[in-house]
Ligand binder design. Sequence first.
Ligand SMILES: Cc1ncc(COP(=O)(O)O)c(C=O)c1O
Length: 408
Amino acid sequence: MSALDVKKIRSDFPNLHIQVHGKPLVYLDNAATTFKPHCVIEAMDAYYSQGTSNVHRGVHYLSEHATQAFEEARKTVAEFLNAAKPQEIIFTRGATESINLVAQSYGRAFLKPGDEILISHMEHHSNIVPWQILCQQTGCVLKVAPINRQGEIIWEEFLRLLGPKTKIVSVVWVSNSLGTVNPVENIIKEAHQRGAVVLVDGAQAVTHAPVDVKALDCDFFVFSGHKIFGPTGVGVLYGKEKLLDAMPPYQGGGDMIASVTFAKTTYNVLPYKFEAGTPAIAEVIGLGEALRYVQSIGFADMAAQKKELLEYGTQVLSAIPGVTLIGTAKEKTSIISFIVEGIHPHDLGTLVDEEGVAIRTGHHCTQPVMDFFGVPATARASMAFYNTKEELDVLAKAIHKAKEVFHA
Ligand SMILES: Cc1ncc(COP(=O)(O)O)c(C=O)c1O
């Protein structure tokens, strides 16, 4: 039994207590985005109602106050990831923008025709398309490590594809459509032995386990605020200082410069070199608060609750005749993708919604995964630590009801 007081935890999240179609909401779409606790909403509200100012540019009280809160959040992120310094933390719009930043800045500066980028077959489109664009621009080549029917990277194939031409390995730690937890520690070790740099897509991983970028020794790590109980519109790129220092800016504009004349511009120091324009100030402050909240709960208890939910959800869903789970890796987090014989996932999603249950249906931005399993889409229940077994029972009941409607 997990030690979490889930009832108390649930009182922190106002969005959990709404009604949908006259029924209490059962929110099982946490891999798409998570709800925000009061403390995050209040921190953002305080910035907008009493502390609005631009950052880094003023000497007045409000500006200094906002800058301090903004830079405090950067320190919180650095501590959360165990980065060596706050300067290694770049605020972006999200995991997607962070990967694009690395592809366009590091990739265009350091890759040449024939160089290889290695990803896996289970990547989110955000970790496929930026590399395809880079390949078109530079003549480098995208390689894809295959997966097996359980939804795991085939390790021997991964090693076979990791060669002297591999310059970047970019892999998802936790798959958003399969729930698979990839062995990133080993991936990083093997890649480094062959001289490649490694980007870890941590969008789903940050709520799964504590992240220690120093221990992992990854070169880049990305995540989005909204998947870890923070706001949308803000994300993080962690990069090793010496790599970020060597990389050219991604975008030009205010704040990222040291000096500008029409003849020449010199760039600001890290992290500002990569933060052109007014940043998402309220969102950064909200993200800092979200990470402090997560740390106050503790990963051990969150993980225990999610493990229970995964086991229970797997059991109740597999017991429904006609349900097939997609993604049965040995190492999994609380994401369950499935199909129901005779019901298109979209119809299933609509019918369970009528019972107040929010699940996601579609390709989950992983079309190659759908192609691999020969399905157009899946239904996906993704649980956060504030979910309960009773909610999974409501989902199971709603699926039974949908089966009756479809005579499936
Ligand atoms: C594994 C993974 N990577 C990247 C992303 C992209 O995140 P965002 O849309 O917040 O940039 C997601 C979002 O679903 C994801 O699940």
